[in-house]
Design a protein around this ligand. Structure first.
Ligand SMILES: C[S@@+](CC[C@H](N)C(=O)[O-])C[C@H]1O[C@@H](n2cnc3c(N)ncnc32)[C@H](O)[C@@H]1O
Length: 381
């Protein structure tokens, strides 16, 4: 696994913590490369033939694959280990974040003060203590991260940000790169393939989290004014300090992407990276409509989403996260017509594209299937 990019906000694990984090990373790589493939064998050799015997046909969708697989002992064995690996992942990084928390809060405040006094990279942070965090984040601890993204456990907390930064590297087996920036780079490469001449001057990243996917946009378009929003205050505090520490000028604000306070027609590029699957069935159309409102004519909307699989078996494997990892809404993304979502929000159908974008991953870095196709929703206002 690649080493994380060192910066003043990245917690430094002590010897024992590092050993535990390395163990969890190796454990997850082992599950991905050695045990995940056995689920297909269990399906093809046992669950599928049994289903066909009983129904006279193959499962029609991933729900039926799930019904056929749930009782399979190999699947249960892998599933229990996979769930435990997720819990261990958080446990292993939380120790480091908690031990360093006072220092991290202090560093974040110093970097924020410097930015506010027009020093540093020139970015900003605007928090809104009155913002109501949507129920799709408060109802459960998303992907088992204790307290989810939004919970402040201490005044001026940055823990959720530090935990996400460390956890993402382990979760993706380093596939997101040393600065966890791969998803931003991936979407940027998509835009460059389609529109090599496009030079946005005002960019918005929705659901920016700690700004890990935002920063490639700053590097790619140094003249642009880059804004980044999220509902989670501890992520934004951490993200702002992280961006300042890395010399990236980003204006972070705590806002709900369903309705922001930015002026209509004030951006020429609105992007998001793996946000859509963590919203809700009713929020998602509102978010796409908000993108349309925010774009000036000719502006572009660009959303990156995780693969959902194309066969019922692959879809069943990807939806493991829904049933076992508190990714509750993500189930609605399976088979969702992204292009229709944009058209329903008012985009011209001839200006909308829902595409697959390939990322190569090693055997250890893949999640639940060999497939490496990310989903991209691309539209012109
Ligand atoms: C999986 S994280 C992705 C973070 C980051 N974009 C990345 O590439 O790693 C999804 C983020 O979307 C944010 N989010 C979800 N719903 C949102 C909404 N309605 N408005 C703003 N942010 C939202 C969450 O708080 C979380 O930080």
């Amino acid at each position: 696994m690649s080493q994380p990019l060192p910066h003043p906000m990245y917690p430094t694990a002590n010897h024992d913590e590092q050993a535990r984090q390395d163990f969890v990373a190796a454990f997850r790589a082992h599950l991905a490369s050695q045990l995940v493939p056995g689920n297909r064998v269990a399906y093809e050799r046992r669950a599928l033939p049994r289903f066909v015997r009983e129904h006279g046909r193959e499962p029609a969708d991933f729900h039926e694959v799930r019904a056929a697989m749930r009782g399979d002992s190999y699947y249960q064995f892998w599933s229990a280990l996979q769930r435990r690996s997720q819990e261990l992942m958080w446990e292993s990084v939380i120790d480091t974040a908690e031990r360093e928390l006072p220092q991290l809060i202090d560093t974040a405040q110093t970097l924020a003060q410097r930015a506010a006094q027009s020093g540093g990279a020139g970015g900003s942070l605007r928090l809104d203590p009155t913002l109501v965090v949507p129920r799709y984040h408060t109802a459960v601890d998303i992907h088992l991260q204790p307290g989810g993204y939004h919970t402040d456990f201490a005044p001026d907390d940055v823990a959720a940000g530090a935990i996400y930064d460390m956890g993402l590297g382990i979760y993706l087996q380093g596939a997101a790169g040393p600065a966890n920036e791969a998803m931003g780079l991936l979407l940027l490469s998509f835009l460059r393939e389609r529109l090599p001449e496009f030079r946005p001057t005002r960019i918005l990243d929705m659901g920016c989290g700690i700004g890990n996917s935002t920063l490639p946009w700053v590097t790619a378009f140094p003249e642009a004014e880059v804004h980044a929003i999220d509902v989670a205050a501890p992520l934004l505090r951490y993200g702002h300090a992280r961006a300042e520490a890395l010399g990236a000028r980003v204006h972070f604000s705590q806002q709900n992407a369903e309705r922001t306070d930015f002026e209509a027609g004030s951006f020429d590029l609105v992007v998001s990276h793996i946000m859509m699957h963590e919203t809700s069935r009713s929020a998602l159309p509102r978010i796409i409509a908000e993108c349309r409102r925010l774009l000036r004519p000719g502006g572009r909307m660009l959303h990156l989403e995780i693969p959902r699989g194309s066969t019922p078996f692959q879809q069943f494997m990807y939806n493991w996260e829904v049933w076992n990892n508190n990714e509750t809404f993500a189930v609605n993304m399976t088979g969702l017509d992204l292009a229709a979502l944009a058209v329903d929000a008012g985009f011209d159908p001839t200006q909308v594209e829902a595409a697959d974008h390939v990322q190569r991953r090693s055997r250890e870095q893949r999640l639940y299937a060999d497939e490496t196709l990310w989903k991209v929703l691309f539209a012109r206002r």
